[in-house]
Design a protein around this ligand. Sequence first.
Ligand code: 4AD
Ligand code: MG
Length: 462
Amino acid sequence: MKTQRIVEILKSGVADTDLTVQGWVRTKRGNKNVAFIALNDGSCAANLQIVVDLEQIPESVLKNITTGACIRVDGRLVASPASGQRVEVQAKAIEVYGTADPETYPLQKKGHSLEFLRDIAYLRPRTNTFGAVLRIRHAMAYAIHEYFNKNGFYYFHTPIITASDCEGAGAMFQVTTLDLNNLPKNEEGKVDYTQDFFGKSCNLTVSGQLEGELGALALGRIYTFGPTFRAENSNTPRHASEFWMIEPEAAFFDLEDNMELAEDFLKYLIQYALDNCAEDLAFMNKMWDPELLDRLHFVVEHDFKRLEYTEGIEILKASGRKFEFPCDWGCDLQSEHERYLVEEHFKRPVILINYPKDIKAFYMKQNVDGKTVRGMDVLFPKIGEIIGGSEREADYGKLHARVQELGMNERELWWYLDTRRWGSAPHSGFGLGFDRLLIFVTGLTNIRDVQPFPRTPQHADF
Ligand code: 4AD
Ligand code: MG
């Protein structure tokens, strides 16, 4: 007898065969003759019903079958006489692997708030909601590799420890083995990083882009997919200190190609979820967001609106809306502005392009107007910015001048600048925030609820 997973049993289990199932008890109910156990093994949202004839199972075992306990059931799969399930299991023998004392186990039957579950993030994968979220998360990760593999992009591993600051925002976590209580100093009285582990000051990466560009300028098309880290003290529902990012980078792509890739990629991922996560999405739609499925279908079926930043500002100013933050030309857009454009004005995703150069990173291709750069942000309903990207400055002279103008550390960027000295090529790329994608696809509203173990300011438990 081979252990089977509940997802397969419910779908294709043959009635009147013996089987073994193992999983966690969601609920037990019944009367003095029979008990019904709802068993879940994480393979799908649905539970398998176990029917227990109380005379067949010793009382000493039965009393330990409580919500949260882990059990093994040997029994017979039969057609279920009741509506609600195709098949059920008649238990012949039950072994309790791990008990869960009802007095102390925090996840009792009743629904729990997402806030409560954050405090017990080490247990929440066992809830229906997190089971669904984590399975969708897996499906999205798989679909990302599938998409790029189909489209000729190579998975390229960029370093997590780095000495350069890609976004130039300085919001980085330092990596050091120096004794913080006894720091070596140089002649100027500053910390002497030549004595540090790497012989220089290093950080956790904020983006794999700079190294990703090297990949694209050799392999043509690459993508990265890994963790990134930002030490910004932003306590919003959309910012995490540790998040995963997908960064495709392609040689010979201009901004137009980049926009097409971004739109096609997002639609592919959402369609993949609709096709492969139907049960979990239906659950999320029922429990958390009654408009979720409509929104996912809507995005897949409609063209994204492409819009110049300058036009976007004009629309915002003409809207008559009182925003919390200003929105004059030159301002960085806040989530409220982005969502106004997407949710109220255009009522569909927007790709905003050609931003003022002063609010964008140094590597973006400069437009001939001298004021704007070929950046693009993809703005989504409920999220705001889900993708940030650009065509890259491929001209050595212009890039070098910009690095100097911004007072950046040229010594740490020499290798990046060198790519423009030999065999430079037009190229473009973008970064999709994986966790923001998950917010969109699950219908939840907080990044803390789509990551298994969120890292945010003052929070690094589990
Ligand atoms: O716009 P960002 O900062 O762009 C870059 O890092 C580029 N180097 C990407 C590239 O062109 N290869 O970040 C890209 C995306 C954002 O649009 C957002 O979805 C996500 O990463 N993101 C975050 N997600 C969660 N928490 C944070 N603190 C995030 N910061 C950015
Ligand atoms: Mg951005």
